[in-house]
Design a protein around this ligand. Structure first.
Ligand SMILES: [Zn+2]
Length: 108
């Protein structure tokens, strides 16, 4: 619809939909690029968080004999739980970015 405005997914500023073509989600190429970069960064954080969960899980279950030698088993469990929480947060952040529910994407 010509003249219809929408909030930019990145900066939240109102922008006008063009009369033809696919509906736009960003006010400018710069905003589109910024959100794409934020999504890539969120994916990297999620991958790192998943690796941490795997490493601490290996320590907790004794699959990795070199892991968790410094702390107590309780420390390992706590680290594993912390890693799980960070993984869940990273997953939620990425999902929010992909849904476009982030008006002001947080800096990396
Ligand atoms: Zn924008």
């Amino acid at each position: 619809m010509t003249g219809e405005t929408f909030p930019c997914r990145t900066c939240g500023n109102p922008a006008v939909q063009p009369a033809t073509g696919r509906p736009r989600r960003y006010c400018s190429p710069a905003c589109k690029r910024r959100t794409e970069q934020n999504i890539r960064a969120a994916r990297r954080r999620l991958r790192r968080a998943e690796r941490a969960v795997s490493a601490w899980h290996a320590a907790v279950t004794g699959q990795d004999p070199l892991a968790g030698l410094i702390g107590t088993p309780e420390d390992d469990v706590r680290q594993w739980q912390d890693a799980c929480a960070r993984r869940d947060q990273a997953h939620a952040d990425l999902a929010a970015l992909l849904r476009g529910n982030v008006a002001h994407a947080s800096p990396v």
